[in-house]
Ligand binder design. Sequence first.
Ligand code: ZN
Length: 266
Amino acid sequence: MWAFYVYVFILGLIVGSFVNVLIYRIPARKSIVAPRSACVSCGKRLTVPDLVPVFSYIFLRGRCRHCGARISPRYPLVELLTAAVFAVLAIRFGFSVPFFAYAYLMTILIAVFFIDIDHRIIPNGLVLAALAGGLVYFAWNCISPAPQVFGDDKWWTPLAGLLPGSGFLLFVAIVGSIIYRTEDAMGMGDVKLMAPIGLFLGWKLCITALAVSVLLGGLISMVLMLLGIKKRKDTVAFGPFIVAGAFVTMIWGWELMQWFFNYISA
Ligand SMILES: [Zn+2]
């Protein structure tokens, strides 16, 4: 059993270094498969020992081996975060199809998390890759229903997840653009991002994920304002909250819902 978690953690570190490639190359419109990564400072290609996740960073003390330029600590952090997310998914789902499905989705969502913070965009390519994976997962659920994941064994439960999250955010986007007369009150990227998340979670958990995202977004925006990091007028990217809400729901969605319904019926 422990061996499985260790394998999953190592797999997460390796996938995490690919997530770094996605984060830096997609917004720059560079290929994500070639060429091999290079130092952003001196342009020297990284060799195999430089590409070992986390350890190479520690071993090189966060500096390029050729020119000594500082390497952002975010590279090893993204690798560790991906590994931690994979490990939590493994604990929740065990060695199963849902584990691989959610690991695939989270790989894309972690990239979205950082790209949205950096550039305020959610690349269509990532949304489409997530949708493609979601369709495969949907087909699997048609053949072998997973009520422990989706809450019931109806074949259309994942498909119906396409609607509530995206629909609600689209409604907010339209109302926001009318009230504020601006187009960026709620980005279309957020609307699109909720579609694959709904497909992976099914419609019930999709509503939960939306609620968790909105709560997290409100809470953290308030904290950022209180700390003076953001001003009232500043906008905060919503994509990262959708990602966090989706992950929390993937792991604790049913517990959260049960707690919520007990609370309102008490
Ligand atoms: Zn260098």
